[in-house]
Design a protein around this ligand. Structure first.
Ligand code: DP6
Length: 321
């Protein structure tokens, strides 16, 4: 195969991944749990070109910046190593995930790249192997290989991949309060908390414990328990991030206002729970029947979009020129 196109969707973590115990292999300090969404797909085409001396990368039709292109090249180097070739490639991606605003643009991006690059370079990888590969691009991408709820296992290189789990039927209301790019990338921020936060050890051990409870809630189809854990763990992660030196604050006043309203909605009997990744935007977990009402209520804070559980990353087309 010399040309392949893959598609993947972002995921939102209910139990967060934050910090690595191995930066090169992207092994997390603890496992995490997410829901892959049925919105904001990233579609990526990888085309091998024997005449190139360097990979090229375009995002939504514009040449990628140095950091993006460097990450794509380093990722393709791993694929080239597996495929035992030196051939360079043109990579073009299109995505409507708001880049950098904490909606996991790198998760969908590297999951789509893993699927398309593996096919273009002729590798026949099963889902765990694709998840392990996607993980090397961006940790959270390991989970976007999988549909719906995904648990990403901590462990060594071989054991650290994501796989699907069943859980309660839910919707997510994405509340976009700010579309600007974040000042500190999650990659940088993770390093800073690991080096400077006094809570580092407690964060890692409590995340491992909370993941077990979340998985039990999934097995028991216990929406309330899973929702409580989701909000608790998001706030713990942000507390941990804020404890870095110098501190990093991703949540803005508008984000906090959404958390406040979610608490009010619960007091009114609508069971919903807020979470936020490394950015100001908030994602609210709801029951399917409450999603429209929650979205309407939270629309004062920004754009609201109701999304459901999304599909696994997949190959759209592959073929020789
Ligand atoms: C806050 O997967 O973007 O969204 O592995 O360094 O690429 P790297 O980090 P990334 O971090 C995501 C962090 C998070 C939480 C989560 O998705 O679990």
């Amino acid at each position: 195969m010399t040309r392949a196109t893959g598609v993947a969707h972002p995921n939102i973590a209910l139990v967060k991944y934050w910090e690595k115990r191995d930066e090169r292999l992207i092994l997390p300090v603890a496992g995490s749990l997410s829901l892959t969404l049925d919105a904001y797909p990233t579609t990526t085409t990888v085309e091998l070109d024997e005449t190139l001396d360097a990979d090229t990368f375009t995002l939504n039709g514009a040449a990628g910046d140095e950091t993006q292109t460097g990450r794509v090249t380093r990722f393709l180097d791993l694929v080239r190593e597996l495929a035992e070739t030196d051939t360079r490639a043109h990579v073009s991606s299109s995505s409507d995930v708001p880049t950098g605003a904490g909606l996991a643009s790198s998760a969908a991006g590297f999951a789509a790249l893993a699927v398309s690059a593996a096919a273009a370079f002729g590798l026949d990888l099963d889902a765990p192997a694709l998840s392990r590969l996607a993980r090397r691009g961006s940790g959270s991408a390991s989970r976007s290989i999988v549909s719906g709820y995904a648990v990403w296992h901590a462990g060594d290189d071989e054991a650290s991949f994501a796989e699907g789990v069943t859980g309660p039927d839910t919707r997510m209301v994405v509340v976009t309060v700010d579309r600007s790019t974040k000042a500190v990338s999650s990659r940088e921020a993770m390093k800073r908390t690991a080096l400077t936060s006094p809570y580092h050890d407690a964060w890692a051990s409590s995340t491992a414990e909370i993941l077990e409870v979340a998985l039990e809630a999934c097995r028991d189809d216990d929406y309330t328990r899973l929702g409580r854990i989701t909000e608790l763990h998001a706030l713990r992660m942000h507390a941990h991030i804020q404890s870095a030196d110098p501190p990093i604050r991703y949540l803005r006043a508008a984000s906090i206002a959404v958390f406040d309203d979610v608490e009010r909605l619960r007091a009114e009997g609508i069971e919903c729970y807020a979470t936020a990744d490394a950015g100001p935007n908030v994602v609210v977990l709801t029951l399917p029947g409450d999603a429209a009402a929650v979205a309407e209520r939270l629309a004062v804070h920004g754009t609201t979009t109701v999304v459901g559980p999304g599909p696994a990353a997949s190959l759209v087309s592959a073929g020789a020129e």
